[in-house]
Design a binder for this molecule. Sequence first.
Ligand SMILES: [Zn+2]
Length: 261
Amino acid sequence: MTNENKRTFLMGSYRIDIIVHGFPGKSVCHGPLGFSTIALIRHNNFTALVDVGGFGQRLILNQRLNELGVSPDEVTDVLLTHSHFDHAINWVNFPNANIYISRDEMQWALEQPTGKTYVPELYIAALQDHQKLVLIENNEEILSGIKSLICPGHTPGSTVYVLDTGDCDIVFTGDACKNRAELVSRAADMTYDAHLTKKSIADIWGKWSRRNGGILIPGHDLPMVLNNDSIEYIGKHEATIKAWFDGALNQTTLISLSPRN
Ligand SMILES: [Zn+2]
């Protein structure tokens, strides 16, 4: 099902590559890390990204696409899970792509006061005027095999994308369910409405557990598969910070952010 480094999934007529694995943590002193998931889905008639990350992921996004033989011009579709800065900045890198975001999310994002939220106001304003913007509703077939599931809680128009590969479902949750802890506890850090989040996570469980072998790809964690009702990570957490504490460029301290390394 997957290759050795656990980035590639060949499922039915789809190939999914995790461009960047999301990380299930946030900084204590500096706000969100913004280490979010970016995934590429390739099929006969489309090349789509689910989320595109923030500024910090620009170069790694370009580099990984290049390694996979995909030029930015060839990306036909960008599916945004929500409007936050760590998911929705780099749509500007893909000039030929349709950019999908839910109507509810777009309306809410445009109403946010400048400088008060994690919505990148200028990028959302530019998206509003973009010729290839597509506003979507709940339970819409976005692309062949991919449907939307609106899951409010993290933001009002957070959208989950469910890919039916024929044999099983791949569920891209964005931040409607950021990580395994939220999936298991059915509650979330950073939600504007805990009740809505609980219902949304129940909806996500419904899609994920519908058939054996389903894969869940969250906004800030590794992919997971259900195996006899137990949740198994696919791959390992890899996140490390390199810091200059010693006053010399060639002396660095590596700080692992993974307890499992
Ligand atoms: Zn996020």
